[in-house]
Design a binder for this molecule. Structure first.
Ligand code: HEC
Length: 106
């Protein structure tokens, strides 16, 4: 008797599993808010085309040359459609909020 009950529960739970598969699969969207100001809207506009700000926030504080190189990589290698003047705005923003100026850079 107990076995039958177990089987019934098992069947019920597996059918629930199958029912879920027929639904469209939704990936959770994790939002990473970034600092406001200094034209953060430009950063929002261009950087979110391909990925979240997780990539930016996970780097920790980085130097100006690092951020400059990263933006160049996004543009040259990944074809991010960012106009030159906006690239400068983005680099300045990133250095201010997620980086530091390097004194050795003259
Ligand atoms: C055209 C698509 C695209 C756009 C637009 C884009 N990225 Fe990326 N980004 C990528 C890809 C692809 C990777 C690499 C992902 C991987 O290696 O897993 C990446 C990775 C990164 C990384 C991780 C470190 C690294 O060097 O790989 C950072 C930081 C980053 N992007 C910052 C930015 C910022 C800031 C912007 C806005 C100026 C931006 N991205 C816009 C495509 C893009």
């Amino acid at each position: 008797m107990k076995k039958k009950l177990l089987l019934a529960t098992l069947l019920l739970s597996t059918s629930a599993l199958f029912a879920q598969v027929s639904k469209p699969i939704e990936m959770p969207y994790v939002e990473y808010p970034i600092a406001a100001g200094d034209h953060d809207e430009v950063v929002q506009q261009y950087c979110l085309i391909c990925h979240s700000f997780g990539y930016v926030l996970n780097q920790g504080k980085k130097s100006r040359p690092y951020w400059k190189g990263t933006i160049q990589k996004m543009v040259n290698e990944f074809k991010a459609p960012i106009p030159k003047e906006d690239q400068q705005t983005i680099i300045n923003y990133l250095v201010k909020h997620y980086g530091y100026e390097t004194s050795s850079e003259h």
